[in-house]
Design a protein around this ligand. Sequence first.
Ligand code: ADP
Length: 647
Amino acid sequence: MRPLGHRRQVLLFLVAILVPSLVLVGLSLRMISQERELTEKRRADERRRLVNQLSQDLLSRLELIKWEVVSALARHNDLASPAVYANSAVALVASIDDQKLLLPWERDTRAEQTRKLLSHPDIEPIIRQGEQQEFAAGQLEKAVRSYQAAMQAARHPIQVANARLLHALALGKLGRRQEALAQFRILLQTPGEVVDEDGVPLKLFAAERLLAFGVAHRAVLDVAAWAAQSRAWLPPTAYYLASGLADRLMQSAPDPKDRAAAQQLHLRVQAQLRQIAQAQALQADFPRLNELHSVRRRTEAVWIPYGEETWLLSTGSPQGWPAVLVALGAQEIYTMLGRQMALESLRFLTPREPGGDPLGDNFPGLKVSLDIPGDYGLLWRGYQQRRFYYFALLLVLGMTMFGAYLLWRDLRRDVRLAEVRSQFVSSVSHELKTPLTAIRMFAETLQMGRSQDARTQSEYLDTIVGESERLSRLVDDVLLFSKIEQGKKAYHFRPLSLSEVVRSATRALQYPLSQQGFELRVQVEDDLPRFRADHDALEQAILNLLSNAMKYSGDARTIELELYRNNREAVIRVTDHGLGIASEEQGRIFEKYYRAPTRENQLIPGTGLGLTLVAHIVKAHGGRVELNSAPGEGSAFSICLPMEGRT
Ligand code: ADP
């Protein structure tokens, strides 16, 4: 086949297999990427839906609490009313007065009430007198009496309690310890609503004094605990007092259990002090919290996060109030919401934290981070699907490539075979032509009667016979080969003497051997047992080996033909002393049409069939062909036939 045809086949191969494969790969990759995009989109949708729901739930929950606070305020008209702090999430409720925030203790109705009660004309002059005597004149005795008079003049328990505190303090200063303690103990029992003019419950002062005297630790602890637990706000002073009490009790309480309780108390009060600091910071920041102000005008429900221990801030307008700010402890609400929506991973982010999804217009600055439940399922499904696609793609590609490889191999073999075959046809024609030419030439000469010499005539006839024998050997080879190729070759085995076969082959070649000046040394062991074989086929094999020995002898002129027994085998060996065969060729020379591609070989006519037939025949007899050869030293081909069970 010409190289052009070859190239066309390669091209065809590329177009038919590689191009569709590439298209397939491209399509699959596209599909995979689309699948991934789809999964992403589904995830994003699911996420958006959840965030929406979350935002709505959060809003309704917060608005409900705000509504409770606002209506409690409208009912009680008191920022410190327990009803306002009924919901545990409420952290701070402060009134808004013209862009300014008034913290609960700055708008304390109890303190106001106390101030009013103490400025009553029945009692105010007496107290003022007592203070005058105590602080300006240093007349403690007189002051004690004045305060006592104030207590007697008082109508209201708050007036009594405030006068009692002054009285007890003055007694303490005078060193009338027992009397002072008795008064402080009474004050310790007063309810939390009994406060001084700044709104600090009097029992906190009493507790502080009692502790200073080193008595009533347990009762003091209770009072401090009460202050720390109070849900409504007390003035900062109250917390500082409670903090001092807790600190001192931690060290001085006689009972270790009380000391431990004081430690807990200490932590709680510290937390409350932090909240106070946060409330004060909020007060300072309040004018700048634009979202709240702009929203208030629009009366929209808006909540903004604020502070380290985050509060969610919103504004409301209770009846009878200008406006209030409601701060809810975010953590508590988040936890509740997460539990309700079964979102374990729910986390709210402060505006400074990166990432997260914004919760929408109602929550400026608030972001949420969440892993969507079932998200893993979705991802996993996507992953599985992609894996399946990859696998299928790989399989198809693998199979295509494997098929392509097989095709490619077949193609190459076909191309090679086609080449060899065409070479074979030309060499067969050549082989046929040589003897035919000789026969024709000698026959014509005889026909013309040019040479009348009887010896010459007989020589011519010998040549004609010899060449026709060569011709029939050649035709025999081709016929045998063609039968083998079609699978039609049948061997006819019968018992025979191998020496007979060898001799008949020798006879057949006598003429060409002598004509070309060869000496054939034949050595035959006659006592070999009879052997089941196909006479003609075996003879043809020996003839082929002998012909090859003649063809490839070069200048050497002796050939050995032996038949001997080697263990359980009968061996027919043909040895020449000619060109020899390179070891790398030795494996291939038995292939059909194969001819060693050496320069000397090119000049020697041949079809590449001889050894193929030898190998086939020997194999049909259950034997094998052995080759001993080296370039320049000649070759020895041995047909080894097993004798066992063949007679
Ligand atoms: P052909 O002789 O027609 O080429 P064969 O099948 O008989 O075909 O031989 C195949 C090849 O083996 C030959 O082309 C030759 O190269 C090599 N060969 C066979 N016999 C011999 C030999 N006796 N000496 C050297 N080369 C040989």
